[in-house]
Design a protein around this ligand. Structure first.
Ligand SMILES: Cc1cc2nc3c(=O)[nH]c(=O)nc-3n(C[C@H](O)[C@H](O)[C@H](O)COP(=O)(O)OP(=O)(O)OC[C@H]3O[C@@H](n4cnc5c(N)ncnc54)[C@H](O)[C@@H]3O)c2cc1C
Length: 872
């Protein structure tokens, strides 16, 4: 009791400090109570009647004093008088603050039920993880949900990481509103309603059991977004809103904190599965390399996938190396006229690209995984780490060679590769979109055909289902302004076709990586503003709806990684020759900038492009291999829109087929690196002849390993037209020896058709008037008896055909080269015309070959017929 005045004094001195006093006694409670009536004691009083605590602390004499820090650690044992206020303060300051009890960190992108919410990974490098987006074009999307385990029953505070996405423009209305349901009951707070920046919105407290079903419930269909949900048992704790503290919390509480999985070791690690990366990965795998292809989306194709829907341009299979472009042509089919940007999803052939990649035994696909870390030593990359966009699981992939085909130069930037970026006045990004009648497809088609005529006089009311659209006060206000597709907008043609086209573009002065969420959101605000104006101000299209809009931004320009050659615009204009010319460019110097007619403010969203003489060149221009590897990272290739070009030259190389051909060149060059144990630069310095030889090899050529012999499999049969318009002649009913095109050896991309009436077999094929000098059809046969035969070829004649088509006959003796005019009507049954009379030896393999070399018109190949002079 003698120490009580000292302790009381201490307690008084420390009353504003974080020091608590706890007195433990073995006296009976009644005794203590009567004592307290006379004198006060500091702090709490505990009764240890069986001296249990005394025993555990080894107390043999009293009074004894112990100082315990906030983490429960015993710091000091002394007599009460040995304690001073200063000593206790110093201990409190030195003591590490206790960590709050771990909250339950929920990443909704990992939910087993996604409903209609989309995983948006576009800014995950900035945020640490993807977020969920309610991209419903104005119609609330179905809930996403999952059941979550909790540490135990109790009261939890709910925090929801979100933002009001129109707040950067001070726009009214908070369109991205959503609720969080716990076991089906909505929290009172509506989320997505405040704050420009991503932050934790407080959802209040609630009592939960040890499991809870968590759902996101969209209220608007207008791009609500949720990054994460926290359920905190410490209801007074406020989570960090960003920076390293948030990153640390996320890592500590989610699977990001787990050791990365071992993804394996590869000869070539391709990062980015757009057309460039996919072409490179398939080519390298066929050349016998072990290849990893890491893509942060569920589909391959990048801008050319059904998610972004940009239509491929650029010419493949050009004369210098006619096989450069073979793999691109396998991936990206020519669907004929009528297809364009923002078309129906199936024409973007996602499944075809996946199937082709999966068919390669040497290729391992890492889908839905974003590379966001890399290791390097001595200017050489050794490994990359990819984070799964839904589970957060990280995978480490090691390799000998790496390819950056991310479009953004992500890998290059991670390892310090030299790059350039045009900070302002660069090309922007688009989120293509389209509209449709609400009725069945046939009505929609009819409507679109009629649009061609007198579009604005049409009522667009073929459908009987009205499709109201809400006012969007938070969107770009276009009610008083022109825009493409509005009645007052410039130009002629189908106004619906101008909505959501390539020129709905923004972000010209914004950072294509750091500001990408804002750029995409401006595109969406422009779309919603335009549709609101057309529907609600102009009163047009009562039965139309927004049909589709990309939520993944289609990017044009970003980081450009610097190589040993940096291509510039004048290289194209002057057709500057390079010894390592490797891929043909055929698109003009197509740069974009804001269209002045449509912009009154600083946030432009409609573009125009460079046109005219200064921006064209006499293509194809063969660009050099040295623009496809880094000048300072020894084992880094690049392909696609992040190659070594300046801003102007990017305008020419960035079209999809050209990007894909860069990938093919990289795939072949990488095989030489592995074969000769050299870096990409060494291929130019020491093995350029080898590269040139490989560029001449068909894209379907393959070998099991890099030093095995190349095998060129027969070209796959050409698919017959889906809806034949005419029926062909049965070859078995024709006289003589007849070999149809279906049995021929075909080089290059030919198209099957039944459009014209007279042909043999199921169809004829034509060169589509493209790839001149690169396509041929060879019919091989053996004649039954040695002698002279009349050689005939069948074709469908028309004025568009070429009049001088080279035909080579390999029979007895030297080959003969003759020419054929397919504008003339063929005189013989089955559509055959005579090429000449030639000698053939029985038992010897003979051949007739037709080619499109030197032609300008269409070249048709159908069947060859050999008849003896008696007509048999
Ligand atoms: C609106 C628009 C219209 C256009 N019009 C045409 C046209 O009509 N015809 C034409 O041919 N071209 C057109 N272009 C250009 C063309 O689309 C691009 O230049 C081309 O797609 C580039 O191909 P790429 O493979 O280099 O990049 P991308 O297509 O951008 O593909 C890169 C891929 O890598 C992925 N990725 C990025 N970072 C990572 C990472 N860290 N880890 C894993 N994966 C990652 C991306 O998600 C993406 O799928 C247009 C572009 C736009 C935006």
């Amino acid at each position: 009791m003698g120490a009580v005045p000292h302790l009381n004094k201490l307690a008084e001195e420390l009353k504003d400090d974080e020091v608590q006093f706890l007195l433990v006694t073995d006296e009976a409670p009644a005794h203590i109570e009567s004592f307290l009536k006379e004198r006060s004691l500091p702090g709490w009083i505990g009764v240890d009647s069986n001296k249990d605590t005394f025993g555990r602390y080894g107390v043999s004499t009293i009074p004894a004093t112990f100082v315990i820090d906030a983490n429960g650690k015993l710091i000091l044992q002394s007599s009460p008088k040995g304690l001073t206020a200063n000593l206790l303060r110093r201990i409190a300051e030195r003591t590490p603050k206790p960590k709050p009890p771990a909250p339950v960190f929920i990443e909704p992108e990992s939910f087993s039920e996604r409903g209609g919410w989309m995983v948006d990974q576009q800014v995950m490098d900035l945020m640490g993880s993807p977020y969920m987006l309610a991209h419903g074009l104005g119609i609330p999307v179905p809930d996403c949900s999952d059941t979550v385990d909790l540490p135990g029953p109790g009261t939890y505070r709910v925090w929801v990481r979100t933002r009001d996405w129109v707040s950067p423009w001070n726009a009214p209305g908070a369109p991205g509103r959503f609720q969080v349901l716990l076991d089906g009951t909505p929290l009172e707070t509506v989320f997505g309603t405040e704050g420009e920046a991503w932050h934790w919105q407080d959802g209040g407290t609630c009592d939960l059991n040890d499991k809870v079903q968590v759902s996101l419930h969209d209220l608007t269909g207008f791009e609500g977004r949720c990054d994460a949900i926290l359920l905190s048992p410490d209801t007074s704790w406020v989570p960090p809103h960003g920076g390293e503290e948030l990153a640390e919390l996320r890592t500590r509480c989610t699977s990001l904190g787990l050791e990365p999985k071992d993804g394996g070791r590869f000869d070539l690690v391709v990062v980015g599965g757009g057309i460039a990366g996919t072409s490179a990965a398939i080519t390298a795998a066929r050349m016998g390399l072990q290849v990893a292809l890491v893509q942060d989306r569920p589909v391959l194709g990048g801008n050319g996938s059904s998610e972004v829907r940009v239509w491929p341009q650029g010419h493949t299979n050009q004369e210098r190396f006619p096989h450069v472009g073979d793999v691109v042509s396998e991936l990206v089919r020519d669907h004929g006229p009528g297809h364009a940007n923002a078309g129906d999803p199936h024409v973007f052939d996602d499944n075809r690209k996946l199937t082709l990649a999966l068919a390669e035994p040497n290729l391992r696909l890492f889908l839905n995984q974003r590379v966001n870390a890399a290791e390097s030593r001595d200017q050489r990359i050794t490994a990359v780490t990819a984070q799964h966009t839904s589970s957060g699981q990280r995978t480490r992939i090691t390799g000998t060679l790496f390819l950056d085909s991310t479009g953004d130069g992500v890998l290059g930037a991670l390892v310090g590769a030299d790059y350039e970026i045009t900070e302002t006045e660069h090309m922007g990004a688009s989120n293509l979109w389209s509209v449709a009648a609400t009725s069945k497809n046939e009505f929609q088609l009819r409507c679109e055909c009629e649009d061609e005529g007198d579009p604005l006089s049409l009522a667009f009311d073929q459908s009987t289902s009205p499709a109201p659209f809400p006012r969007c006060p938070w969107a770009v206000d276009l009610s008083e302004r022109d825009f493409p597709g509005r009645k007052t907008g410039a130009g002629t043609g189908n106004p619906l076709g101008k909505l959501g086209a390539w020129f709905w573009e923004s972000g010209f002065d914004l950072d294509p990586i750091r500001d990408m969420e804002r750029v995409r959101d401006l595109n969406l605000r422009a779309m919603y503003g335009a549709w609101d104006t057309l529907k609600n101000v102009d009163g047009l299209y009562p039965n139309h709806r927004l049909k589709w809009a990309a939520y993944i931004a289609g990017k044009r320009e970003s980081r450009r990684l610097m190589g040993d050659v940096v291509l510039v615009g004048d290289d194209f204009r002057n057709l500057k020759p390079y010894p390592d010319a490797a891929f043909p460019c055929s698109w003009h110097l197509d740069l974009h900038f804001p269209e002045p007619a449509y912009h009154e403010d600083s946030d432009p969203f409609i573009s125009e492009c460079t046109k005219g003489e200064g921006f064209t060149y006499a293509g194809p221009y063969w660009a050099p291999y040295r623009a496809l590897y880094s000048r300072n990272i020894k084992n880094l290739f690049m392909a696609g829109r992040n190659i070594s070009v300046n801003h102007e030259a990017l305008g020419a190389v960035r079209v999809m087929r050209t990007c894909g051909m860069m990938g093919e060149v990289v795939g072949k060059a990488a095989s030489l690196c592995v074969l000769h144990s050299c870096d990409p630069r060494g291929v130019y310095a020491d093995h350029l002849d080898g590269l040139i030889e490989l560029l001449k090899v068909p894209g379907r050529a393959r070998r099991a390993s890099v030093d095995a012999a190349l095998v060129i499999p027969p070209a796959p049969p050409i698919a017959p037209p889906a809806n034949p318009t005419n029926v062909g002649v049965d070859p078995s009913q024709l006289p003589g020896l007849v070999v149809d095109d279906s049995k021929a050896i075909v080089e290059g991309n030919w198209k099957a058709s039944t459009f014209e009436a007279t042909f043999v077999g199921s169809h004829y094929i034509h060169d589509n008037r493209s790839g001149k000098g690169t396509k041929s059809v060879r019919w091989e046969f053996e004649v039954p008896t040695t002698g002279s035969y009349e050689v005939r070829l069948s074709y469908t004649d028309s004025a568009s055909r070429d009049p001088q088509i080279p035909v080579t006959i390999e029979g007895a003796g030297e080959p003969h080269l003759v020419s054929m005019n397919q504008r003339l009507t063929p005189p013989h049954a089955g559509g055959f015309a005579t090429v000449g009379v030639f000698n053939f030896d029985a038992g010897k393999r003979s051949a007739v070959t037709i080619s499109n070399k030197g032609t300008t018109g269409h070249v048709i190949a159908d069947a060859v017929q050999l008849v003896r002079e008696n007509g048999q």
